[in-house]
Design a protein around this ligand. Structure first.
Ligand code: SF4
Length: 246
């Protein structure tokens, strides 16, 4: 079977590792196999936003270095304590830090959430992120990552989940599974892993593949004790074959 044309998006050029460039056809074929294997095993996840864009951005910010459960608990506390987003923005920062405490790193996340709200208020006069819809993906990502503490992972989750934009979010599970499988080099950064997946698979696969890799990382390819004996990806996994994956 002939390989499709390989194009590297300009925004990914600086991040694609040389060892991946040298093996693109082979890695594209392996990525395709992984995609279909996971789809066969876990099925196609529903395509729908989990929350409206601003809520998604704040919950994702709370989930940094935390669990979804603790992030949601912190989000609920924040909503219970402050009646409006304006009230969150103008509250003494200590009160916001205290409200989001269950998510951990409240000293960083409290000010970060206020910075999001302030930027929106100062530039837009409201708390509505839907204007991102009218921007190009690069412009929208630049707008989001301009906020202190908002990185490409958080931005790409909002852009993919809420605006169906072609960005591939890489969290700790996606990162670990990608390295063990041998799709990404052992020392690849999350931004590099995003560039790799975005170069290997078509945009319409990003959403299901991202969610299925997370599910696989949580249920099977666990951080401490991967359950290789029941893994549907085992036959093509570098780590399972004993190759160094870091
Ligand atoms: S074979 Fe093991 S290390 Fe490889 S993806 Fe599966 S669970 Fe992870």
């Amino acid at each position: 079977m002939s390989e499709p044309d390989i194009s590297i998006a300009p925004h990914n050029e600086p991040y694609l590792p040389q060892e991946v460039r040298a093996r693109l056809p082979e890695l594209r074929e392996k990525a395709r196999w992984i995609y279909y294997r996971l789809l066969e095993h876990y099925g196609e996840p529903d395509w729908r936003p989990h929350y409206p864009p601003l809520e998604e951005l704040i919950i994702t910010t709370l989930a940094q270095n935390s669990t979804d459960r603790n992030a949601l608990q912190a989000f609920r506390r924040l909503r219970e304590r402050f009646p409006t987003w304006e009230a969150v923005m103008t509250a003494p920062v200590e009160e916001v830090i205290e409200a989001v405490r269950p998510a951990g790193l409240g000293n960083q996340k409290g000010p970060r959430i206020q910075a999001i709200l302030r930027k929106l208020w100062e530039e837009r006069g409201d708390f509505d992120l839907s204007f991102l819809e009218k921007m190009s993906t690069e412009e929208a990502e630049a707008w989001l990552t301009d906020i202190k503490g908002i990185g490409h992972k958080t931005a790409s989750i909002v852009l993919l989940f809420n605006f169906q934009r072609p960005t591939f979010p890489v969290d700790t599970h996606v990162s670990r599974v990608s390295k063990r499988l041998g799709i990404a080099p052992p020392k690849a950064t999350t931004r590099q892993i995003r560039a790799i997946w975005e170069t290997l698979v078509p945009p319409e696969w990003y959403y299901p593949l991202h969610l299925n890799l997370i599910r696989h990382g949580r249920e099977v390819c666990k951080a401490r004790r991967p359950r290789c004996e029941v893994c549907v990806l085992r036959e093509r996994c570098d780590a399972a074959r004993g190759e160094e994956t870091g």
